[in-house]
Design a protein around this ligand. Sequence first.
Ligand code: C2E
Ligand code: MG
Length: 768
Amino acid sequence: MIGPALPRLYGGMILIEYGRSGARLATRYIGLLSTHYQMLREQAENREAPLSPEHDATPADGMPMHELLAHNYELERQNEALRQNQVVIEQARDRYHNLYEFAPIGYIELAHNGLVSTANLTAAELLGVDRPQLLGQHLAHFIALSDRTRWQQLFTSLVEFPSNKRQAFDFKMLHHNKVVFDAHLDCLCDTPANGLPTLRLTLTDISASKQLDHELQLAAIAFDSQEGIFITDADTVILRVNKAFTAITGFSPEEIVGNTPKLLQSGRHDKVFYRVLWTSLNSKASWQGEIWNRRKNGEIYPAWMTITAVYDNAGKLKHYVAAHIDIGATKAAYEQIERLVFYDPLTNLANRRLLTERLHLGVAASIRNKRHGALLFIDLDNFKWLNDTLGHDMGDLLLKQVAQRLMGIVREIDTVARLGGDEFVVMLEGLDRQAEEAAISTEVVGRKILDTLNEPYQLAGHDYRCSCSIGATLFYGYTIPEVDLLRHVDFAMYKAKHNGRNNLCFFDHAMQMALIERTALEADLRQALVKGQFVLFYQKQVSHDNQIVGVEALIRWQHPALGLLEPAQFISLAEETGLILPIGQWLLETACRQLEQWAGQAQTCQWLLSVNISPIQFHQPNFVQNIIALLDQFAANPHQLKLELTESLVLININEAITKMNTLRDKGVRFSMDNFGTGCSSLSHLAQLPLDQLKIDRSFIQNIGIKPTDTLIVKTIIAMTQTLGIKVIAEGVETVAQRNFLLQHGCMLYQGHLFGRPMPWDEFAELL
Ligand code: C2E
Ligand code: MG
């Protein structure tokens, strides 16, 4: 029986108070009777129910015994239950504490003045300081400089206008006062009863996710690059393509996704190609190369493709990523460049560079195949004449037609090249093993070339005929260096020209010897100037009354072994090697020095000094300035200097010639047209040139009275000069009869052995 006097304990909620350190300060029981405690009470009452009346005896305080015992038991049980609850609560507290301190986000409370009043360990850790260093600090110290103003403004506004709405911001914050990291702040500002606002904020390091975002952005940019990209699964089924892919192939994502790259196959590659590709992909996880693909419209295009196999961490193949660019335009540009580098733009034939390469390969092949090869050097006869008279356009037309004819003669494996101007080379390969047989085949081709090129041409309505001269040589292995092979055929061609044009000439032993001599002479010529081996000879030019009016300076080479060499023996070599330029400079200098000497003497101060000018010299851009500078340097009288030009020199570019001549003529320099009658100037050309004099070539003079045509030419030239109002001089006058004929027809100036041979100045002066 439960006595009503027993105060019942009403358990339910236990309040445990902790200090800041976490120590328990007090435990208080509050709350309502729980069923649990009621149950304990019932258990105690049942256990202590009176077994006999004496057990139920009522002691002096009026409470029966069993009631007391039950009460006692009840207290014990309640204590026990409280103890257990306390343990549970302490564990919960620890959990909360750990959760608070070690949560993955930082927690900070800021007082109204911006100072940190509370922070969890994570916050301290994120900011790279110990918690005590953080407490009492301005949080602004932990905001990166770039964001600090924004923070201040935000803090002010949050504190001034507290709201129970949580607000989120991203800031750049400082770890350890120096390392910047991206932080996400969730802020809530509330104003408690005491009236001062507190800003609570959670702090999350979002650097990694920002970085990831950044990388994703980059990846997205990269994916949408200029390269057409497609990604497949391990079974090569296309999963994704980018915009560039669609632009290049014409396939939209809807059309291609779900297909395999077979849709792009051009059919241009054989099985071996794909085997190599897959072997590389399987063994190296990548392949790179040029591949022909097909667009949606069926067009085939070349692409540069990189395929990468992508594996997961477990090494399982997951994807293939293929990026490609359309190199059609690049390839075309490359081919264009190649054409420019290796082909002659006018005729589309191989140029010298390509010929050199082909020859190199041809020589190697000749050993491999044990077969001879041959070179044929073809030069058109009188091409220069065509160019000079009918113009360069006509010349170009002829060259194109010659190129076509040559291509028509040779086989596919042979090479036809144009070296420049009117020079062509044909390289024959795979000729006979026997040199004699190979030579016969070469001669057959050579004759065919002669015949074919001899056929009439149609040049813009003009009928034109043109022969050629061919030099030929055989090659077999490396016995003769490749450069020499070209020199040999060149030399043989000159021989053919010399032999009367329209001719084929094989390089032979005699030529070999001549070439060796020439090579040696060239080496000597390079030294001649430095060694002072050139001398000037002077030949007088006289008037009809035998008065010296001037002299022509004629060069000689005092060769240490070969003696005194005439210009015919070395001038053309000097021109071919470009040595004519320093030699010409020396000549002009010597001539100007001579004029300086003459100026002081009564006998010579009126004489004209004629100097022969080589075309190469004349066409130097600084030709005019150079002569003016030399005249100044030696204080020579320009009126005493006469430059002898040839017709062909002037005709190469008549406008240039007129300009240059006029500039010098304004200074007083005069011009004579040398070897007149051998070239092909027209009267109209002559009339345009600021000429002082024509010099009739000695070949005509020598035929006066012998060859009627030449005699007539001489008369005509003299008459022409009278029409043009310029002087005329006859060169190579050897006989009195010649002189008389000339005088009779109005030529009053002469040069020739009749009056004096060319001689060194000392001798000349002595004679005077
Ligand atoms: P060119 O300018 O027509 O010179 C005249 C040539 O005729 C000279 O030959 C001269 O010796 C020769 N000659 C003069 N009178 C007679 C004669 O009565 N009978 C014969 N048979 N020949 C006569 P050279 O000195 O051998 O010069 C030949 C050519 O070499 C010159 O022809 C000229 O084109 C060139 N040459 C000479 N000296 C120079 C030079 O200093 N510079 C350049 N660029 N060329 C030069
Ligand atoms: Mg001359």
